[in-house]
Design a binder for this molecule. Structure first.
Ligand SMILES: [Zn+2]
Length: 280
């Protein structure tokens, strides 16, 4: 059994808040989150839910349930504004609003942060100072590759490391057709051939490297209405991909779990890393 962890995580956000006129769409946050909770419970696993302050305010019972079931609630910003549209002061205010929302939902200390849309880059690394100041212990915010949206190719290898005084866990990448792609992230996981994903997953754990994965509520939503996704420039082919193989996500994850993968919340893995570093 591989000893490196499977850092499976959910970016718990409401897609309706991220598109114009989104409130005409049906509310899918709870029903889709329940699907992930059932999958995790079936596997006796706990993971990290990077939750927006917006979701914590509007679904406090759901966020409390996540916490009570032993999962980690971490921060995914208040309203999903990418870091390059913040300055240090506005980011600090955003994060304090999140803390307030988590506290209202009954969630205690929050240790981790994931920047919206992987927007931690060479230009926004000032954000680590704000995170450190507010007591965060880790971030999982970097796409260490070139990308049409945000990416930080100069970050170097996609391995966890200390950056700006925190642990940074970049999303796991694979080299495919000359590109570095996050094979365990939402749409990539759904669209790439599963035997390839499974091979990459197994190979990475065999190298004793953690697998950093991210999914969204909509990744398992087969009933959601069709609309144009934000941040893909109105491209119809990309939008078609956004709906591909959503029914395959949980069955594929089940098959990965049969390889002996061990899902661990990020905060627990940070503890393991720090104990190891301290020689405990
Ligand atoms: Zn997000």
């Amino acid at each position: 059994m591989p000893s490196a962890p499977f850092l499976f995580s959910i970016d718990l956000e409401d897609i309706r808040q991220l598109i114009p006129d989104g409130n005409r769409l049906s509310d899918r946050v709870e029903v889709t989150t329940e699907r992930y909770l059932r999958f995790l419970s079936d596997h006796g696993s706990r993971c990290t839910f990077f939750t927006t302050g917006d979701v914590a305010r509007r679904y406090p019972m759901l966020v409390k349930q996540i916490d009570q079931e032993g999962h980690e609630v971490a921060c995914h910003s208040d309203d999903h504004t990418p870091l390059d549209r913040h300055d240090p002061e506005s980011l600090r205010e955003d994060l304090l609003r999140c803390f307030e929302a988590y506290a209202q939902a009954g969630v205690g200390e929050v240790k981790g942060f994931r920047a919206p849309i992987g927007s931690m880059t060479g230009d926004t690394r000032w954000a680590y100072d704000v995170l450190r100041e507010l007591g965060f212990r880790y971030s999982a915010s970097v796409l260490a590759a070139a990308s049409p949206l945000y990416g930080w190719p100069e970050f170097g290898p996609d391995h966890p490391r200390r950056e700006g005084g925190l642990w940074e866990f970049p999303v796991s990448l694979a080299s495919l057709l000359g590109m570095r792609v996050p094979f365990m992230g939402g749409v990539y996981f759904r669209v790439l051939p599963f035997p390839l994903v499974r091979w990459l997953f197994r190979a990475r754990l065999a190298r004793e490297l953690p697998v950093v994965a991210y999914f969204h509520p909509y990744d398992v939503d087969v009933e959601q209405e069709r609309f144009m996704y934000p941040e893909i420039g109105g491209n119809r082919f990309y939008n078609w991909l956004m709906y591909r193989n959503r029914d395959q996500v949980l069955p594929r994850l089940d098959r990965l779990m049969r390889l002996g993968a061990r899902i661990v919340p990020f905060a627990d893995h940070v503890e393991e890393l720090e104990c190891r570093a301290a020689g405990v």
